[in-house]
Structures are given as structure tokens and as C-alpha cells.
Write a protein that binds this ligand. Structure first.
Ligand code: ADP
Ligand code: MG
Length: 740
């Protein structure tokens, strides 16, 4: 007989079972090894009835329940008589009804016998609410065994104290997986362990076979946890080793040391109209030091909205220009690139007029490059960049194009907002003769472990304090579901604010009402039969609202409009007149989300606010309260109390701490989105690891990775680990090549 190893095909443990196809095609599992690493999503206690909170319609539920009643009912399908076994089960929550269909009476009665009142089992199905009763559709049951006395049989192998609940698909049930995985664990041999006995001891982890047995068949939660811990640490360690090696490889590249020393930065500092905060000064010093080294800086700068990241980046850019190089700032949107260009040009004053009449002696010149610029303007900018005449370059993704070249690119600053991935960064850094220094800025703070995973190839600095003179922002939810008439009060409040000489942003989730954007909100209705249906309500749209407000609630005020489909010159003109105070109320989409900086704006109204993510709301709200005037943010929403959407808004209203909110945001998103290949360059999202829950594991893994690499940079002492790391590196590499 051939030995079954992790490399054997799943067929070797399935035999002829038709379920094999479901496992292969539905779950994408090809080998026994992959099957063994199909970990339970959770466990159910077979001793207790399941605690079921409020099920969600459509949710696939697996619950331990006790049969309350079962009855066979004949019915006609066409002319044919068929049978339905109706079973009601009790849980520690709602009672569910399940219908099992059979073409024959015998089979229907077999179901009823198997699920006689008082018997217990694991029931699976899709939750549905009908006539006020919860149902499990397409049900499946795994009844716990009984001995001759009719009592539950403790020795029934199905009745382990904790049943693993696996992610399943289609007609593949949890029980199918329990059976086959148990079998596989019994027969498989030669399961390689990434960790040598020495490493297991050093990091206190279980060997792989023990851990697999505990994860798939624990007696209690402590055992399950012990098994899981091993796999989480394994995954975290491999990830951190890959990232640490990436950092080391970057360090090993030579870069041109930018020693500074020219007068541009000094003069700029002298002219700054404000004092730098302590954090801005400290991080500035770190950046100057790293720029002066002969290997590339790779740093992530994160900080609260409004903490003044731009000026930190600009000072680093000036340091590079002082060293004879060029620096580029990559912005995620056209509006933001234009605004950076405006504000940097004005902060520099005559220092930014190098080569022009009236420019300062130490000056340089600043150019803007965006996709929508006219050809002659573009050509002029490109020429200035290629010749080195432009020391500072600001632009959008247009900077990534082939035709863009630099004379001596020394520093790339990416104003991140999660929109540029590893790949785009590379497209820009490749334009430098030798690897440039890189500074990535996030628009909102992110938790430490996200920084360590998503941006794990970068070192991190955090700006924690806000510049003095920042006024607090008051945030309120305006709950139209309960108080529809409050919208009138919102517009009154806007008028009052404008009456005081201040300005207001009104933000909508979409541009126009008559196009089919992804733009309708679901309203839940329960009809007379108890069927839950959703009704579509159009979302607030900039063009419609602009017209409506200008002619109605805000008549007489100067109401402007801004969105991504306007021609760029118009966008720029509108932003300028808003900045100059010539527009009272700006109705816009989220184009104003990042970085827009108008000090006289005190109020922001967000319509259908539940349509925005937590970080996005925080970022948007950071647009007000910038000029020392207290800010007000109104989150208008039709989401009802108790829904996740409404909870999210309440969370945003409750705190202005961006780190706290980024945790809320993450908890509500799927992990896969957090570690999307786009941001991390990783093909697969994490499997067992969760960036928030497993913070300690990730931190410990990072330390372990540094320690191991310091001992042996090639990892050849630990072939198992080395193999796993190389595999990830290879898959990333191919991914990288595929996409570019
Ligand atoms: P963010 O970190 O959100 O990108 P910005 O860089 O846009 O913040 O800075 C927000 C505003 O604060 C800008 O108007 C900037 O000029 C101002 N600012 C930056 N640093 C200071 C400081 N130390 N003191 C006062 N104002 C500052
Ligand atoms: Mg900014």
C-alpha cells in the first residue's frame, strides 16, 4: 500500500465518495496537506444547546439543537404525492423549523424517527425568516448517537465534546469534513514540521501532528487554542521572515547618501509661520539621518488627521534638493495633487521660484504633473524634471508613466491613503538611477500590527500630537430613520454657520441621481407574510442636491459643486474659490477626502454617511476645525438603531482618536481586505492569523524573525522554515511579475 503523505491527492483519503469533487472544486483543496490545513472556523459544544443571537437572513448557521417535534406531511407536487418531514428544533435562542423532502413515505418516516423529539444533533442550513418563524433552508443534520437505553452515547465518536465547524460549500456538510479529516489524520505519515525540535523548544510551540490533532479534534477549548497557537505563530513567523528579508535586501542596495547642507531647508525653516511640534522635529531629524545614509530609507509616516505630515515630508524633500537631488510627491487624486502644489508653492514663496526673476538664490522650482494637463504644459513639466531644473515634483499616477524621467531622483514621497500598492511604488522608484529613499504617508492612523504586516517592509514613525490651536470637532449622528424631519434643522444649522462668516462642506456618496452607479441603499421591509424584502432608496447625489439646495433650503447662499467628473480646470477653480472664501457651501463627493485644507471651513454635513467607511469618515471630518474654530460634523443617515451601519456611525461620533477608530474599522472589515494583495504584495490573505486579535503573536514573530535572521541570514540552519519562506517569496515574485 502506498503511504499517504501531505502531498497525496485528496482522492487518496476520499475513496470513491462523490464529495471529493466538492472538496476539490468548491474549496480548492487538492492535497491531503491542504485538507489538513482546512481549519475549523469555530467549534460547537455538543453538551449545550447553541447560543444563537439574532441570526441574519441568508446566514449559513450550524447549531446544536434539540428536536421539539417532528411530523410527516404528505403533499402534491403536480400529480405526484411527496412527503415532507417537518422538524422543529430548540436552541438557546430562537426555535427553528426545518423541512426535509422525500419522494417516499418510508424515507420521510425514517427522518422522523431519526429526529424524534428530545434527540439532539448538529443542524446546518441557511437562516430564513418566514411568518415570524426562523427556518433553516436546505437543512442538514448530524444526530448525536444513542446507546441501547436511548441515552446519548458518550462513546459515539461523533460526539466529541467540541465539534469543529468547517467552512463548507454547497452540498458538502460539516460532517463530511469531520469524517474525512479524522481519517486523514489517522493515516497520514511524513508530515514535515517547519519547526525543528530546537525551534519548538525555543518558541514554545507544539509539534505539527499534535497541533493538527488538537485543532481538528479537541476535548476542550484549551486544547483547540493550543493547537491554533502553533499555526498562528507559524504563519506570523513566515510572514515576518519574508518582510524582514525584504527590508534587509533593501538595506543592502546602495543608495546615494543625501547629506543636505544647502541653504534651502534652513531658509524655509526660518520662514515657517508656525513652530514645528516636537514630534515633527524629532521625525524630521530621523529622516535627515536616514537620507544621509548610503542605503535607501524606507519609512512609513503615520499620524492623526491634521497632525502636519505634509510639512515633515516637505522638509525631507528640501533636504534632498539641498543635496543636489530631486524629490517627488505622489498624491492619490488630482484635487490633492493640485492642492499640494498650491500650498507647497505658497509655503516656499520665492524659494520656489528658482531660475526665475525674483527667485531666491538657494531656490528651486516646483512642478506639477497630472494626467489631465494639456500636452504643452505636460511637456514643459517633463523637460524640467528630466533636466533637473525642477527640484520638487508633485503629481498623480501620471508620474508613473513611461515618458517620465528624472535627472537625479533622490526621494519619493507617497501620500498613501491606501491607494498605492507596492507595485506602484516600485514603478516610481525604478525611475531613479540608484534606488531612491522612500517615505510613505498614511492618511489616517493604523494599528501597530497592520503597520507590521501590510507595511511590514517599512520602518514606522508616528506623529501623535496635533499642532497647537486645533479646536475640537463635535460629531453628531442625524438619524433620519427615526427623525426624518431633522434634515430641515441640518440646513438651518448650515445657514447659521455661513451667517457667522464660516464655510461648510456637504458630502454625498454619489455624483448624479440618474446614472446607475453603485448607488442605492437597502431599506429593510417586512411584508404581511413576514417575508423580509429590501427596498432601494436612491442615495444623495451631488448634482441633484446642489440644484435642490441652491433653489431651496440654502437659497441666497453661494453654493458650489465639486466631483470627479468635472473638467480639471473647473475642479481647480472651484477649490480655489472655496479656499478664497468666495463659496459658502461646497457640495461634493469624497474628492475632498484627503488633505484638503481650508481653515475657515467649520462644518461638514455627510449625507448617507453610513455609505462611507470608518477611516474615510474620520478623514473627511478632519477637513473642518483646522483654523482654530471649533468644528461640527453631522453624520446624516437612514440606517436604523442597532444595525452595524449605525453602530459604525455612533463609533465615529464617540471619538476623534484615529487609532481607536482604525481598530473599529478593521474589526468590521474582512481580514482579506486588510491584507489585500494590492497593499501588501501578498498573494494570499492570512489564513489563521488576524491582525487585531493576534497582535501579541505578530509582535513575538517579528522579534523571532529578527533574531533568527541575525543568527543565519539564509536560514540554512532551519531548512523547513527556509523552504516555507522561499515559497512565499516565489509566489509573491510571480504575482508581482504577473501584474506588472
Ligand atoms: P495631515 O497630517 O492630515 O496631512 P497637514 O499636513 O495637511 O495634515 O497639516 C494640516 C495643517 O496644519 C496645515 O494647514 C499645516 O500648514 C498646519 N500645520 C502643520 N504643522 C503645524 C504646526 N506645527 N503648527 C501649526 N500648524 C501646523
Ligand atoms: Mg495630508
Amino acid at each position: 500500500m502506498v503511504a499517504i503523505t501531505p502531498d497525496s491527492p485528496v482522492a487518496s483519503v476520499f475513496g470513491r465518495s462523490p464529495k471529493r469533487k466538492l472538496v476539490e472544486e468548491g474549496l480548492g483543496i487538492r492535497t491531503v496537506g491542504e485538507l489538513l490545513r482546512h481549519f475549523p472556523r469555530r467549534y460547537v459544544e455538543t453538551k449545550e444547546l447553541s447560543e444563537v443571537g439574532r441570526p441574519e437572513v441568508g446566514q449559513l448557521l450550524s447549531v446544536v439543537g434539540e428536536v421539539a417535534s417532528s411530523a410527516v406531511k404528505p403533499f402534491h407536487r403536480g400529480r405526484k404525492q411527496q412527503f415532507r418531514t417537518e422538524v422543529r428544533i430548540r436552541t438557546n435562542g430562537p426555535t427553528f423549523s426545518l423541512s426535509f423532502f422525500s419522494p417516499y413515505a418510508g424515507q420521510a418516516h425514517k427522518y422522523a424517527d431519526e429526529m424524534s423529539p428530545g434527540s439532539r444533533g448538529l443542524f446546518t442550513g441557511k437562516a430564513k425568516l418566514f411568518n415570524g418563524t426562523w427556518q433553516l433552508e436546505q437543512p442538514h443534520q448530524l444526530m448525536f448517537g444513542r446507546n441501547e437505553d436511548g441515552d446519548e452515547d458518550e462513546d459515539d465518536p461523533r460526539l466529541s465534546k467540541l465539534l469543529p465547524v468547517y467552512p463548507v460549500t454547497g452540498r458538502l456538510y460539516v460532517w463530511d469534513l469531520i469524517k474525512v479529516i479524522r481519517f486523514a489524520l489517522d493515516v497520514v505519515t511524513e508530515v514535515p514540521d517547519l519547526f525543528s525540535p530546537e525551534l519548538r523548544e525555543r518558541y514554545d510551540v507544539l509539534d505539527v501532528m499534535t497541533a493538527l490533532r488538537l485543532v481538528h479534534g479537541p476535548d476542550d477549548y484549551a486544547q483547540a487554542g493550543a493547537g491554533q497557537r502553533r499555526f498562528r505563530f507559524e504563519e506570523a513567523l513566515v510572514l515576518q521572515l519574508v518582510l524582514a528579508r525584504r527590508r534587509a535586501a533593501q538595506r543592502a542596495l546602495g543608495a546615494q547618501a543625501r547629506l543636505g547642507g544647502g541653504g534651502l531647508l534652513r531658509e524655509f525653516d526660518q520662514r515657517l509661520p508656525f513652530e514645528l511640534t516636537a514630534g515633527q522635529r524629532e521625525i524630521g531629524a530621523v529622516l535627515m539621518r536616514e537620507l544621509a545614509q548610503a542605503h535607501p530609507m524606507n519609512r512609513l509616516l503615520q499620524g492623526e488627521v491634521g497632525s502636519g505630515k505634509t510639512v515633515v515630508a516637505l522638509r525631507a524633500m528640501l533636504h534632498v534638493v539641498d543635496s543636489g537631488g530631486q524629490a517627488v510627491l505622489l498624491a492619490p487624486t488630482e484635487v490633492l495633487a493640485q492642492q499640494h502644489h498650491r500650498s507647497i508653492t505658497s509655503m516656499l514663496g520665492d524659494l520656489g521660484q528658482g531660475g526665475m526673476l525674483g527667485g531666491a538664490a538657494d531656490g528651486t522650482s516646483v512642478v506639477l504633473l497630472t494626467g489631465s494637463m494639456s500636452k504643452p504644459a505636460k511637456d514643459q513639466a517633463l523637460a524640467a524634471m528630466a533636466s533637473g531644473e525642477a527640484g520638487l515634483v508633485i503629481g498623480t499616477h501620471a508620474l508613473l508613466e513611461q515618458s517620465v524621467a528624472f535627472a537625479d531622483l533622490g526621494l519619493v514621497v507617497v501620500d498613501e491613503q491606501h491607494r498605492f500598492g507596492v507595485k506602484q511604488r516600485a514603478a516610481l522608484t525604478d525611475k531613479a538611477g540608484s534606488p531612491p529613499h522612500v517615505l510613505v504617508m498614511t492618511a489616517t492612523p493604523i494599528p501597530r500590527t497592520v503597520a507590521m504586516t501590510v507595511f511590514g517592509d517599512l520602518e514606522t514613525s508616528v506623529l501623535t500630537e496635533l499642532p497647537a490651536g486645533r479646536a475640537p470637532i463635535q460629531t453628531n449622528v442625524v438619524p433620519l430613520a427615526e427623525q426624518p424631519q431633522w434634515i430641515a434643522r441640518v440646513w438651518e444649522r448650515v445657514r447659521e454657520e455661513v451667517g457667522k462668516g464660516h464655510q461648510v462642506y456637504v458630502v454625498c456618496p454619489r455624483i448624479s441621481g440618474d446614472t446607475q452607479e453603485d448607488g442605492e441603499s437597502d431599506q429593510l421591509d417586512v411584508d404581511e407574510d413576514g417575508e423580509v424584502t429590501t427596498r432601494k432608496v436612491p442615495l444623495a447625489a451631488v448634482e441633484d442636491l446642489h440644484e435642490e439646495l441652491a433653489a431651496g433650503a440654502l437659497q441666497g447662499l453661494r453654493v458650489g459643486m465639486l466631483h470627479g467628473r468635472l473638467p480639471p480646470e473647473e475642479k481647480d477653480r472651484t477649490m480655489r474659490s472655496f479656499a478664497a472664501g468666495q463659496v459658502d457651501v461646497l457640495v461634493s463627493t469624497t474628492v475632498i477626502e484627503v488633505g484638503v485644507d481650508v481653515h475657515n471651513a467649520t462644518t461638514m454635513v455627510l449625507l448617507d454617511a453610513d455609505r462611507f467607511g470608518v477611516s474615510q469618515l474620520h478623514q473627511l471630518r478632519g477637513r473642518v476645525g483646522r483654523g482654530g474654530l471649533p468644528g461640527l460634523c453631522l453624520l446624516v443617515s437612514r440606517a436604523e438603531t442597532g444595525t452595524p451601519a449605525r453602530d459604525r456611525l455612533e463609533a465615529v461620533a464617540a471619538t476623534t482618536d484615529g487609532f481607536e477608530l482604525s481598530r473599529v474599522d478593521l474589526e468590521q472589515r474582512r481580514e482579506g481586505d486588510v491584507l489585500g494583495a494590492n497593499q501588501s504584495g501578498f498573494k494570499s490573505s492570512l489564513i489563521t492569523l488576524r491582525v487585531l486579535r493576534d497582535e501579541k503573536t505578530i509582535v513575538r514573530a517579528r522579534e523571532a524573525a529578527d533574531e533568527l535572521l541575525a543568527e543565519d541570514a539564509e536560514l540554512s540552519t532551519w531548512p523547513g522554515l527556509a523552504h516555507a519562506v522561499l515559497e512565499v517569496e516565489a509566489s509573491q515574485h510571480s504575482e508581482f511579475v504577473d501584474k506588472s
